[in-house]
Design a protein around this ligand. Structure first.
Ligand SMILES: *Cc1c(COP(=O)(O)O)cnc(C)c1O
Ligand code: SF4
Length: 328
């Protein structure tokens, strides 16, 4: 495994529910899966991530994030295909400008892992990702709007792009004087640590902008030594690392799970930034935690640990000028 390149690891990712169960040490048909759901949003789990699934536990918090349960077929009121109305806030293809002073670029539709609760699971990436063709238009827009201080590279996952493409993107942003920061929203350091090579880090830091990584981990079990090594490497390149999580039913909706995650992050010098309420995307209602329960969890967390271990509980509301802060 160690010797495989990240591209090979990506190509060999688990793509069948039965393989996932077998890997988890469970009977092939012990949990029903939705054929319809995987046609729409296929299973994808790199072995590097699947390795952290505990064997013989159908309730494993990592397995639960990536297994296409039958419940994905259930319709739930308010759970829709484009819950954030993102298709309406693009000044140019693949560029989302919702908030003051920053823009978010959909650099690619590809992800290394398919999180079943993903709010972009129905997103028409082919039409909207900022492929090389559209990137120039995004860049022109960013150049022309001097109120933009930060460019967020998102997706999909920007680190699924090649080193060369990322270098081009960063170099072209770095040429714009009014940009102060380049931020990556990426789950690759967690699910495919081999992606974060020294070569990549040299290339994306070869400019005078601050570089920030917002990684995405939902459970302490995700943060094993392979991840710690990669986080250290990021920090050695003066990259500020923050974490965002999604509050997920039966995965991290307990005070213990949330505290363990924060403590593990702080051990790695990573600041717990946001805890998001689930976006109501069709097929993900079985992961939903109510606002009341979320608030109680946060209150209890706040009563028990240091303030910096408590992430900001936020939700995303269409038309709002920032994430909506529920509790800080
Ligand atoms: C979440 C998000 C951001 C970043 O918001 P911060 O509060 O700065 O982390 C920027 N643009 C869009 C479109 C977003 O969804
Ligand atoms: S890594 Fe992020 S964008 Fe990709 S499937 Fe998971 S939640 Fe969605």
């Amino acid at each position: 495994m160690q010797s495989l390149s990240w591209q090979e690891q990506l190509a060999q990712a688990i793509r069948k529910p039965a393989d996932l169960l077998e890997f988890a040490g469970l009977e092939a048909d012990s949990i029903g899966y939705s054929q319809q759901a995987i046609r729409q949003f296929p299973v994808r789990v790199p072995f590097a991530f699947a390795n952290r699934i505990k064997k013989n536990d159908p309730n494993d918090p990592i397995l639960r994030q990536v297994f296409p349960y039958k419940a994905e077929e259930d319709e739930a009121t308010g759970f829709i295909n484009d819950p954030l109305a993102e298709l309406n806030v693009q000044p140019v293809h693949g560029l989302l400008q919702k908030y003051n002073s920053r823009v978010l670029s959909i650099t690619t539709g590809a992800c290394a892992v398919h999180c079943r609760y993903c709010f972009r699971r129905h997103y028409p990436y082919q039409e909207s990702s900022s492929s090389s063709k559209h990137w120039q238009a995004s860049l022109d827009h960013i150049k022309d709007d001097s109120s933009i201080e930060e460019v967020i590279l998102s997706g999909g996952d920007p680190l699924t792009l090649s080193d060369r493409r990322l270098q081009e993107i960063c170099a072209s942003i770095a040429n714009i004087k009014h940009i102060k920061r380049i931020r990556f929203h990426t789950r690759l350091p967690i699910v495919l640590p081999a992606r974060v090579t020294t070569t990549l880090l040299k290339q994306i830091t070869d400019n005078d902008k601050s570089i920030i990584f917002v990684i995405h981990s939902n459970h302490a079990n995700e943060l094993d030594n392979s991840v710690s090594t990669i986080i250290k490497r990021l920090q050695e390149f003066d990259i500020l690392v923050l974490n965002q999580s999604v509050l997920l039913k039966n995965i991290n909706d307990s005070v213990t799970a949330l505290i363990n995650l924060s403590e593990r992050l702080i051990e790695n010098n990573v600041i717990p930034y946001y805890l998001h309420l689930l976006d109501p995307v069709a097929g993900a209602a079985h992961y939903d935690v109510s606002l009341d329960d979320a608030q109680s969890l946060m209150e209890e967390m706040q009563a028990r640990v240091s303030g910096y271990l408590v992430p900001k509980l936020v939700k995303e509301e269409v038309g709002a000028s920032s994430k909506t802060l529920i509790m800080n």
